[in-house]
Design a protein around this ligand. Structure first.
Ligand code: NAD
Length: 498
């Protein structure tokens, strides 16, 4: 059986832990590899390697680090098809979606290629008599990233793309469910000229995460995953003196006003609800039509669209989505569908029991649709993370706005309308971190920043863009005096600039 090892100090690293986990092919349901699960000693070896490599990397001028990022981008682009195939084969998303996963990560690498400009800092000449003030951003040292299964290329690149470009060394702890692409990325970073030890990958579960969160040499931890673990990572990491950003789960609403272009909105919602089998933190699993007429028209069109969806193996170019990631995840989604029925929602389309000929043991599930879902239901309050769309009917703009604003999660929200004034008001008032106006999946471009509100994010800084640069650096401000003429007397009061 193939064994997936850690990548430490520029080479494969077996580690001392005897523990390993199963990596499935979700299309067949078979175990295709075993992944090493790090012990605290393995994590410590990675941290030592990173700490040894970091000072020389940070001392390299930023233009040279940027050249490594440029070359890394070129190498990843050249291997796009192989990376997408590797990703689809472990995650289950269709190939076109895997290419998108890699590309959205590369967008952040493109941003990181401009790091010399971004790190220039601020300068004030003549802030006082003979006094100049400037600030510089310096790297933190060794940083770590812990990532979820659903974007095994994009989210690691959100993190290490910026962390290493600004001069840190990085330890990535990717999801143990689909660990191969992150290792390939680290290998390509080295091939691009990244020094050994600057980018390391340590596989593992809670034991590895705890070792990272408590290791005294790690300065900052970025986490993306489900909310309970995000909250744990935030409290444990900060209690150990680390800077922590921890993105959590989501339950994004798509609000449809009566004046929306309904055909366009339905197409967008279907793609955002069922694409990647609903395993996206920016999926749209809840649709809120405003008014009964909108609700009825929406339901009819959604039903028609669902009838035309093709669920297939991840290499099927005609398939809209593939299997979910594991059998355990499949069961979780099916259990939520059963709970929805128990709670009294109307199950209009039931995706359970779906079987793909020739792939009967794969982790497939058909699209499901619930109508008349009520806000107090657990299936509405909680994240399902599967191909299940829930219709929650609202009577007014105000009610729809309140639903999205009051929901415990606050990652993304989308409004579909032709009314600019309503859109403006919605964007200003809604209590959610990322808003789409006629955009179903409002993942911000790489030079802006990504982050939700409420239970969707713990900590104060977003991912990538300038917020990413801030997260992975600390500011030093220098006040320098080169007096002219006579010596000045000692001052015993707080100096002012006169
Ligand atoms: P997860 O929380 O199970 O795992 C995330 C990471 O935490 C993995 O690396 C995993 O190994 C580790 N982990 C798991 N259990 C742990 C424990 N008990 N203690 C410490 N670490 C642990 O999430 P997942 O199932 O891999 O990913 C799906 C979740 O991620 C969904 O909730 C989704 O909404 C969320 N997500 C959020 C964003 C965002 O930016 N807000 C983006 C993508 C995914």
């Amino acid at each position: 059986m193939r064994r997936i090892e850690h990548f430490v100090g520029g080479r494969a690293f077996a580690g001392v832990s005897e523990r390993s986990g199963e990596v499935f092919d979700p299309n067949t349901g078979e175990v295709q590899a075993r992944v090493a699960l790090a012990s605290a000693a393995d994590v410590d070896a990675a941290v030592r390697s990173a700490a040894a490599a970091q000072p020389a990397w940070a001392a390299m001028n930023p233009q040279r680090r940027a050249r490594v990022m440029f070359e890394f981008k070129r190498l990843v682009e050249a291997r796009m098809e192989a990376l997408a195939a590797l990703l689809s084969g472990e995650h289950g998303k269709v190939l076109a979606d895997s290419r998108g996963d890699v590309q959205r990560g590369l967008d952040v690498i493109e941003f990181a290629c401009g790091i010399p400009h971004v790190l220039k800092g601020e300068y004030t000449a003549g802030a006082g008599p003979g006094i100049d003030v400037w600030s510089m951003r310096q790297p933190l040292g060794v940083c770590a990233g812990i990532t979820p299964f659903n974007f095994p290329a994009m989210i690691p690149m959100w993190m290490f793309g910026i962390a290493v470009a600004v001069g840190n060394a990085f330890i990535l702890k990717p999801s143990e469910k689909d660990p191969s692409v992150p290792v390939r990325l680290a290998e390509l970073f080295m091939e691009a000229g990244g020094p050994a030890g600057v980018l390391n990958v340590v596989h593992g579960d809670k034991a590895a995460v705890d070792a990272l969160l408590t290791h005294p040499e790690i300065r900052a931890v970025s986490f993306v995953g489900s909310s309970d673990i995000a909250s744990y990572v935030y409290s444990t990491g900060t209690a150990h003196g680390k800077r922590v950003q921890a993105m959590g789960g989501a339950k994004n609403h798509g609000v449809i006003l009566p004046d929306a272009d309904l055909d366009q909105a339905v197409g967008d919602i279907i793609g955002a609800a069922y694409g990647s089998a609903g395993e996206r933190c920016m999926a749209l699993p809840v649709v809120v039509p405003v008014g009964e007429k909108t609700a009825e028209a929406l339901r009819e069109r959604v039903l028609r669209e669902i009838g035309g969806l093709r669920v297939g193996v991840s290499s099927d170019p005609e398939a809209q989505y593939g299997p979910v990631v594991t059998a355990a995840h499949l069961k979780r989604v099916e259990d939520y569908i059963a709970l929805g029925v128990e709670e009294g929602a109307e199950l209009v389309v039931d995706g359970r029991g779906f079987s793909l000929q020739g792939h009967e043991r794969g982790f497939f599930i058909g699209p499901s649709l619930f109508d008349h879902v009520k806000p107090q239901m657990r299936t509405y309050q909680e994240e399902i993370f599967g191909p299940v769309l829930q219709i929650v009917r609202a009577e007014s703009f105000e009610e729809a706005l309140t639903l999205a604003s009051d929901h415990p999660y606050g990652n993304g929200v989308a409004l579909f309308t032709r009314d600019g004034r309503a859109a403006r008001e919605f964007a200003a008032r809604v209590n959610v971190g990322m808003v789409g106006i006629n955009v179903p999946i409002p993942v911000p471009v790489a030079y802006h920043t990504f982050g939700g509100w409420k239970r969707s994010a713990f900590g104060d800084t977003n991912q990538h863009g300038m917020e990413g640069v801030k997260f992975y650096t600390k500011v030093k401000t220098v006040t320098a005096r080169w007096p002219e003429g006579a010596r000045e007397d000692s001052a015993f009061v707080i100096p002012t600039m006169g």
